[in-house]
Design a protein around this ligand. Structure first.
Ligand code: S3P
Length: 438
C-alpha cells in the first residue's frame, strides 16, 4: 500500500518546554511481537509502538498463525506453530521486521515470500540470506533484494562471525538457530544492540555468552528450544526521543523532559556525543524495567561545539546521524563523523540525504564514502524544501532544524514519519514547536 505524500513546514519556535513521552521502542516492539508469536500460548505486550513498521510485523505474525488482539494499551498475542502464509508477507518500510522474520521463518522450517515498499526493495537482504544459507536454507527467486522467497529447509547449526555490527543480522541468525540442529555460535567482534538476546532469555531461551577483551563477544544458542509466553513492556525509544532532545538543545530558552526512555548503553551513543558537544542532558530517575535500563531525559538549550565522533561509536547511534548532523549545524566548529558506511543502505542513502538537505539550508557540509563533516556556525539559515527519500528520520531531522533556523524548512513528504513516530507532530507541538502539515 503506497502512503499518500503530504509535506510539512516547520517555522522558528519560541522556547520548547514540557514533559513528554517518546513512543515505544521500535526494536523491542518488533521483537516482542515475533517472539510472542513463536511462543505457544498467550503473551501480553504493553507500551508497543503502534506505528506502521510494527503493525506490518503484527500483520505478518497473524498471517503466520498467531492470534493477536488489542485491548486498550495491551496487546495479547496467542502464539501457535507457524504455517506457510497464503500470500507474500508485506513489510512496507520495515527493515527490522523483514530481516528478523526471515530468520524466524527459516527456524520454523516453513516457506514464505517477502516483499516491501520501494525503499525496502532497494535495501540489501544478502547479509541475512548468506548466514541462513550457510545453515542450509534454500532461498528462491532472489538477487539479494525483495521480493524474495524462502523454502522450507532443515537447518544445521553454524559457527559464524558477524562481519558487520548489525543487530538485524545477528537476530535473524539467532532466530534461525532456534530451529537448527546443534549449537550455533556467533562471534560479535563489535557489539550492537542486544534486545534479541535479552528478550529471548525473558521468553525462557538459554543463551550463553563469552566475552574476550581482545576479540569481542561469543553467543551460543542450542537449537530445538521453545519459547515460553511472557509479558513484555516496551520502554520509550531513545532513537525517537533524540529528535525531541535535539530540538530542545538547539532552541534557545528550552527545557524539556522525555519520560521513560530506554538507556541501554548499546543505544545511547547519541546522548554521549551530544554531551561531549556541551549539551545539558541529564538522565533522571534511572530504573530497570523488564530487564532494560530506563530513565527520564532532561534536556536544556545549550551552547555547543563541534566534536570528532569515533567510528567505534556508530553501532550505538547508527540511526541518529541525521539528527546529530542537524544539531552539529548549530554548534560552533567542525563535527566529523566517521565509520558511516552503513548509512548508505538505510531507508535512504542517509549520507546523501543529509548532505543535500543541509547544503540547501545554507550549512557548510562535506561527505565521503563513509564520513560526514558539518562545519557548524552556531546557527542555520533554513529556507529550503527537503527531499526526504521515503526516510522517516530525514523527515523528522529537518523539521527539527526548522524549529531553530532563521527561515522555515519544508519537507516534501511527512507520511513516512508514521513508520516510527506517529505522534511526532503532536509531541513537538505540545512542546511549543511550530510545525504544520501541508
Ligand atoms: C535495528 C538494527 C539497526 C538499526 C535499525 C533497527 C534492530 O539496523 O539501524 O533501525 O532493531 O535490530 P542494522 O542491523 O542494519 O544495523
Amino acid at each position: 500500500m503506497a502512503m499518500r505524500k503530504a509535506g510539512a513546514i516547520s517555522r522558528k519556535a519560541a522556547a520548547l518546554a514540557g514533559a513528554v513521552k517518546a513512543p515505544g521502542d521500535k526494536s523491542i516492539s518488533h521483537r516482542a511481537l515475533i517472539f510472542a508469536a513463536l511462543a505457544h500460548g498467550e503473551s501480553e505486550i504493553t507500551g508497543l509502538l503502534e506505528a506502521d513498521d510494527v503493525l506490518r510485523t503484527a500483520a505478518a505474525m497473524r498471517a503466520l498463525g498467531a492470534d493477536i488482539e488489542k485491548d486498550g494499551g495491551r496487546w495479547r498475542v496467542h502464539g501457535a506453530p507457524w504455517r506457510t502464509p497464503a500470500q507474500a508477507l508485506y513489510f512496507g518500510n520495515a527493515g527490522t521486521g523483514v530481516r528478523l522474520v526471515m530468520g524466524a521463518v527459516a527456524g520454523a522450517r516453513i516457506s514464505a515470500s517477502f516483499d516491501g515498499d520501494i525503499s525496502l526493495r532497494s535495501r540489501p537482504m544478502g547479509r541475512v540470506l548468506e548466514p541462513l544459507r550457510m545453515m542450509g536454507l534454500e532461498a528462491l527467486d532472489t538477487d539479494g533484494r525483495l521480493p524474495l522467497a524462502l523454502g522450507a529447509s532443515s537447518l544445521m547449526a553454524v559457527n559464524c562471525v558477524l562481519a558487520k555490527p548489525s543487530a538485524q543480522v545477528k537476530s535473524a541468525i539467532l532466530l534461525a538457530a532456534l530451529g537448527a540442529e546443534g549449537t550455533t555460535r556467533i562471534h560479535e567482534p563489535a557489539l550492537c544492540r542486544d534486545h534479541t538476546e535479552r528478550m529471548l532469555r525473558a521468553f525462557g531461551v538459554t543463551l550463553t555468552f563469552e566475552a574476550d577483551d581482545a576479540t569481542g563477544r561469543y553467543i551460543s544458542i542450542a537449537g530445538g528450544q521453545s519459547l515460553t509466553p511472557t509479558h513484555v513492556t516496551a520502554p520509550g525509544d531513545p532513537s525517537s526521543a533524540a529528535f525531541l532532545v535535539a530540538a530542545a538543545i538547539i532552541t534557545p530558552g528550552s527545557e524539556i523532559v522525555v519520560e521513560g526512555v530506554l538507556i541501554n548503553s548499546l543505544r545511547t551513543g547519541i546522548y554521549e556525543t551530544l554531551r561531549e558537544m556541551g549539551a545539558d542532558i541529564v538522565f533522571e530517575n534511572k530504573r530497570e524495567e523488564n530487564g532494560e535500563p530506563v530513565a527520564d531525559i532532561r534536556a536544556r538549550h545549550s551552547v555547543l561545539h563541534g566534536v570528532d565522533v569515533p567510528a567505534e561509536r556508530a553501532p550505538s547511534m547508527i540511526d541518529e546521524y541525521p539528527i546529530l548532523s542537524v544539531v552539529a549545524a548549530f554548534a560552533n566548529g567542525e563535527t566529523r563523523m566517521t565509520g558511516l558506511e552503513e548509512l548508505r543502505v538505510k531507508e535512504s542513502d542517509r549520507i546523501a540525504s543529509v548532505e543535500i538537505g543541509l547544503a540547501a539550508c545554507g550549512v557548510d557540509v562535506k561527505s565521503g564514502e563513509d564520513w560526514l563533516s558539518v562545519n557548524g556556525q552556531g546557527a542555520a539559515r533554513g529556507g529550503a524544501t527537503i527531499k526526504t527519500n521515503h526516510d522517516h528520520r530525514i523527515a523528522m531531522s529537518f523539521l527539527v532544524l526548522g524549529a531553530a533556523s532563521t527561515e522555515p524548512v519544508e519537507i516534501d513528504d511527512a507520511a513516512m514519519i508514521a513508520t516510527s513516530f506517529p505522534e511526532f507532530m503532536e509531541t513537538m507541538t505540545a512542546m511549543g514547536s511550530n510545525i504544520l502539515a501541508r
